[in-house]
Design a protein around this ligand. Structure first.
Ligand code: FE
Length: 202
């Protein structure tokens, strides 16, 4: 099988937020799909390594903010390249709250959708949550950012100095693993993508 076939699938990009008691948190996901319109339901697939995953498993509620083409790389670094287990991601950013009390990101997003989980399915590395859409608003008319748009227009190109380093680079987030051999079961500590998403440097 050609593993690269998976890269031909198209995706959007989203900030997924949840709230557990006083704790707000969010992460980046690329898997939000409307799965029914009567009733209106969406599915989200969330990596089990993400703190937001555990919060949604516990509380059964979330918001999805749909990132638009004016999103800066910083928002992906902020929500995607660090964990809510170690940092308060919501401390130094501007956000609003939806009717469910959970944060959504008004800046750099063109809409948000609120979801209430009706079913959780363990699909391996991720949990697939199926949710009723309980609320949502349009925030701007800027087009939604696709995964392809992110790679060609938002994500900075690797710096030449990084290319001179020895090791392996995560093609998703740019994390560099320094070492001759990348263990086959290696998982990127930043974006949680597997060894197959790494490329040898130099
Ligand atoms: Fe990575």
């Amino acid at each position: 099988m050609n593993e690269n076939v998976m890269q031909k699938l198209s995706y959007g990009l989203f900030v997924l937020t949840a709230k557990d008691g006083a704790k707000d948190n969010g992460c980046i996901i690329n898997t939000v799909t409307q799965v029914a319109n009567k009733p209106n339901r969406i599915s989200i697939s969330v990596n089990k390594a993400n703190y937001t995953h555990d919060m949604i498993l516990k509380t059964g509620e979330f918001n999805v903010s749909i990132l638009s083409e004016d999103a800066k790389f910083g928002v992906f670094q902020h929500f995607g390249f660090q964990s809510g287990r170690n940092v308060d991601k919501m401390a130094d950013i501007t956000f609003s709250r939806a009717a469910n009390g959970i944060a959504y990101i008004g800046d750099m997003c063109n809409a948000y959708i609120s979801g209430k989980v009706i079913q959780s399915i363990d699909v391996g590395s991720h949990t697939l949550f199926i949710a009723d859409v309980t609320d949502g608003e349009i925030l701007s008319e800027t087009p939604s950012a696709t995964y392809a748009y992110y790679f060609s227009n938002i994500k900075p190109k690797p710096q030449p100095k990084e290319e001179k380093k020895k090791g392996w680079i995560c093609t998703i987030c740019g994390y560099i693993y320094e070492g001759e051999v990348l263990p086959p079961d290696f998982v990127c500590p930043i974006c949680k993508h597997p060894a197959s998403d790494f490329r040898r440097l130099g």
